[in-house]
Design a protein around this ligand. Structure first.
Ligand SMILES: [Zn+2]
Length: 76
């Protein structure tokens, strides 16, 4: 179980994070302008769209494995 308090207080683990250019349909802006911050916290993969901490989602190892497999299938 990830420590949300630690995430909000200290931000994502600086060593294990990656900002991915993304497009946000809700907030508009140029294509690929938004940042989707992906990191790993306490074994969970965490998605922080806009890097604001406003709506942060985490998936556990099982969910992350499913995501990895489906992306591999789609992208080859
Ligand atoms: Zn947005």
């Amino acid at each position: 179980m990830m420590n949300w308090n630690s995430y909000y207080t200290n931000g994502p683990n600086k060593k294990r994070r990656k900002a991915i250019p993304a497009t946000c349909a809700l907030h508009r802006g140029p294509i690929g302008f938004a940042n989707l911050l992906v990191s790993i916290q306490d074994g969970s993969i965490v998605f922080d769209p806009h890097v604001t901490g406003a709506c942060v989602m985490a998936i556990d190892k099982e969910g992350a494995t499913t995501l990895r497999d489906i992306l591999t299938e789609w992208l080859g």
